[in-house]
Design a protein around this ligand. Structure first.
Ligand SMILES: [Mg+2]
Length: 192
């Protein structure tokens, strides 16, 4: 049986929102990266906390969760961001590029329309800074149906803290071994 998914956002989580001067926290180091589709002479400045690499590796090595990027960085999460934190390649949820001007065009996080069918009935703990009350309601309803679901919502100006990962491991360690074998279920996560 596969451990529950750990969905991991990047903006507002590994890359905190910049301060008024456009810089990241003192704990974070600046990197200039060139996302897919962007010209090499037009890099993007990002700030990453080098301590996040070992923290996330600790979580990965426990085997208690199945880490998957869930971010608008898409495949660049694994090819650009992960290596800067010495993380191994991880799969990502293949999110589309919707023409939206808000993260909540329907009152809830836009990613959920894609994550929900991708998960099928799999248990999940999801770290993102952008959930609304409707997302928390979704998590409660999903859990009530027997699909354990937890949302972890760091402050985007601070980003990921060790306590958030402690919460992830505590949740996963207590998860009842109740999930039926997903083989034969035709959804991306179940088939992955
Ligand atoms: Mg975010």
């Amino acid at each position: 049986m596969r451990p529950p998914y750990l969905l991991l956002d990047i903006d507002g989580i590994l890359i905190p929102f910049p301060d008024a001067e456009g810089a990241g926290p003192a704990t974070h180091t600046r990197h200039d990266v060139v996302p897919t589709g962007r010209s090499a002479d037009d890099p993007v400045a990002i700030w990453l906390n080098p301590a996040h690499g070992p923290l996330l590796m600790h979580v990965i090595r426990t085997g208690l969760v199945t880490p998957v990027w869930c971010t608008s960085w898409r495949q660049d999460a694994s090819t650009l961001i992960g290596p800067l934190l010495s993380l191994p390649p991880l799969p990502h949820v293949d999110l589309p590029h919707p023409q939206i001007t808000t993260s909540h065009p329907n009152g809830y996080l836009w990613k959920r329309d894609h994550v929900d069918p991708w998960l099928c009935d799999a248990p999940v703990i999801w770290i993102d800074d952008d959930f609304t009350s409707l997302d928390h309601e979704w998590a409660r309803e999903r859990t009530a149906r027997g699909q354990a679901t937890a949302l972890v919502q760091p402050d985007p100006h601070v980003g990921l803290l060790a306590e958030h990962l402690v919460e992830v491991l505590a949740w996963a360690a207590l998860l009842p071994i109740a999930r039926a074998d997903a083989s034969g279920i035709s959804c991306e996560a179940g088939a992955a």
